[in-house]
Design a protein around this ligand. Structure first.
Ligand code: SF4
Length: 431
């Protein structure tokens, strides 16, 4: 184990992806900002408790986090959407969690692996400078983090350990495949889902290293060739998803979109039990899939499951949807937040299935957003909102990393359930 202070940042290679902060204040309203001990000390030394009239940070379990106002906004956010620490003391005085978002860094043996989150509107809209231009600032921030490198122990599936040759080779092959322009994006996600299912069913103990990568090449090539039939027709996946697979998909959507605010986390045990009972009731309604959808956070109009299921894919500005989803998938792959230490320590095969299910969830939530606005078809803005909803939960919601969720993904990978669901919830109408 060694500290990584002088090791380089590896920025995720995502062509066409831009980002700069546009000071919308969204992250200051929705995210929980964790503090390092020296940051707490600095907030104390700068006298913020007196200046604000409230505690600048609070205890959350064993950690300290930035305090929030009753409306959910950070106590430092002023009425002009500016951070008071930034205004009064400069950017360098802000906590690292605020300065680094929407980038994250994860210590690996090679250095700091950077990833880009898509729950920032400037990232989903790809507005600002090319992300490679942020390398120096991310490097500076990473260098100031007191983290210790952790030996990565990624597994292929079950207990079978994966070598870095296998995980890197697989990721490179998927990136190359998604970069090819001979298939619609939706068909490529179906291939990803079919690849996950095939690997889940393969006996990999004797198919290792170069042979494993050869198998991946053969599977990707074979599934891509089968996709030559017009995507969106039953010929791509042979048949439709079963009612149980749809029900499981809705439950995955709920797990991804459950966002717990700081005020909820702060509540006592009685509130937590009430919240748990509410979650169970929501889970049952998502499982049933009829009647009114329990509203997702940030949405207030009543929408029924039937209305969501009747929303058609987009027929216009479809390139915007393709571009966003390609950037999202590419960022997850290049930022290595698909499996292993980047995704709840999940094995490679489960992580690939979960990535495809994230796209399914984006498709469901986008339809929910359209139905919420009273529309029967999708627009790019629906998909944009859905990516932000889903990416806010991914890798942050603890329940998503549990054995229950892994079991759900394993079930959905049987009989190519994930591929059928990608087909069913794809966001662009195919001609
Ligand atoms: S959500 Fe993104 S654009 Fe908005 S303030 Fe945060 S980092 Fe800046």
């Amino acid at each position: 184990m060694s500290t990584l202070r002088s090791l380089p940042v590896v920025m995720p290679a995502v062509p066409n992806q831009r980002w700069s902060c546009h000071s919308c204040g969204d992250c200051c309203r929705t995210l929980v900002g964790h503090l390092f001990p020296h940051e707490r000390n600095r907030l104390d030394a700068d006298g913020w408790a007196e200046k604000l009239g409230v505690a600048p940070y609070i205890r959350l379990g064993r950690q300290r986090v930035l305090n929030k106002r009753p409306d959910g906004a950070c106590v430092f956010l002023d009425d002009k959407n500016r951070c008071r620490i930034h205004t009064e003391l400069g950017e360098d005085a802000k906590p690292l969690a605020c300065r680094i978002f929407p980038f994250t860094v994860r210590p690996t043996e090679q250095g700091w692996q950077a990833a880009l989150r898509f729950d920032c509107p400037s990232a989903t809209d790809s507005r600002g400078d090319p992300i490679a231009r942020h390398e120096r600032e991310v490097q500076t921030l990473a260098d100031s983090m007191p983290h210790i490198a952790r030996r990565e122990r990624t597994r292929l599936k079950g207990r079978l350990k994966a070598s870095s040759h296998e995980t890197e080779g697989l990721t490179q092959r998927l990136v190359r495949f998604f970069d090819r322009d001979n298939l619609p994006t939706g068909a490529k996600v179906v291939v990803l889902a079919r690849l996950a299912s095939a690997l889940a069913n393969a006996r990999l103990t004797k198919v290792r290293d170069d042979r494993f990568l050869e198998l991946v090449d053969i599977l990707i090539g074979g599934f891509a060739a089968e996709s030559k039939a017009p995507f969106g027709r039953p010929s791509t996946t042979a048949q439709c998803a079963s009612p149980r697979q749809y029900a499981m998909a809705r439950q995955f959507v709920l797990a991804c979109s459950e966002h717990v605010s700081l005020s909820e986390l702060k509540q006592g045990v009685v509130h937590r039990w009430r919240k748990r009972a509410d979650q169970l009731s929501r889970a049952k309604r998502f499982l049933r899939g009829s009647g009114v959808v329990p509203p997702l956070r940030g949405f207030s109009n009543q929408v029924t499951f039937e209305e969501v299921s009747h929303v058609a894919g987009a027929t216009q500005e479809t390139h915007e949807i393709d571009d966003l989803l390609m950037r999202y998938i590419r960022a997850r792959l290049a930022g290595t937040s698909v499996f292993g230490a980047g995704y709840y320590d999940w094995p490679v095969v489960s992580g690939l299935g979960a990535l495809a299910m994230c796209i399914v969830s984006i498709g469901w939530v986008a339809r929910y957003v359209a139905a919420h606005d009273g529309r029967g078809f999708l627009k790019p803005s629906d998909v944009n909102s859905a990516v932000r909803v889903i990416d806010r939960g991914v890798t942050r919601v603890r329940a998503l990393g549990t054995m229950t969720e892994r079991g759900r993904i394993a079930y959905l990978m049987e009989e190519e359930g994930v591929a059928k669901l990608v087909d069913a919830f794809w966001m662009v109408e195919m001609k």
